[in-house]
Design a protein. Structure first.
Length: 133
């Protein structure tokens, strides 16, 4: 389905070498150089360390309950930029993939982005709280 992190459309038995893979996690607004560096580094680590692939999941993961996903061992991506930054701060793989200078600058800029967002009054807040005043 379109909610899956990794999708393999139209896999044909006997033609595995022509199978296409879609990684659906990168944000379209991302810096492609940083995103692809991180994805390639993660993929290479998986190959080098022979990470075991999870079993394929049939059905729409998006429509599953949290309990159903947990039972199947399906994890979720970070739900906020703050959560993603926290994970990135503890990632030796990301630091190695980007180099210390780019890594440090990237995290610094993302933290600035979070702070700017916190100071923004959203349409939701205006519509919800302004009428109460």
């Amino acid at each position: 389905s379109n909610s899956d992190l990794v999708r393999i459309p139209r896999a044909v038995r006997g033609k595995e070498s022509s199978t296409r893979l879609e990684l659906r996690s990168p944000d379209p607004a991302c810096n492609p150089y940083i995103a692809f560096s991180a994805m390639l580094a993660a993929g290479m680590e998986g190959v080098k360390k022979k990470y075991k692939l999870p079993e394929a999941t049939e059905g729409n993961v998006f429509e599953m309950s949290d309990e159903e996903r947990k039972k199947l061992g399906i994890e979720t991506l970070p739900v906020s930029l703050e959560e993603a930054i926290s994970l990135a701060e503890n990632s030796k793989l990301l630091q190695q993939a980007l180099g210390k200078s780019v890594y440090d600058s990237f995290l610094k800029n993302k933290k600035i982005e979070v702070e700017r967002y916190r100071r923004t009054v959203t349409d939701y807040e205006i519509k919800t709280y302004l009428p109460l005043l």
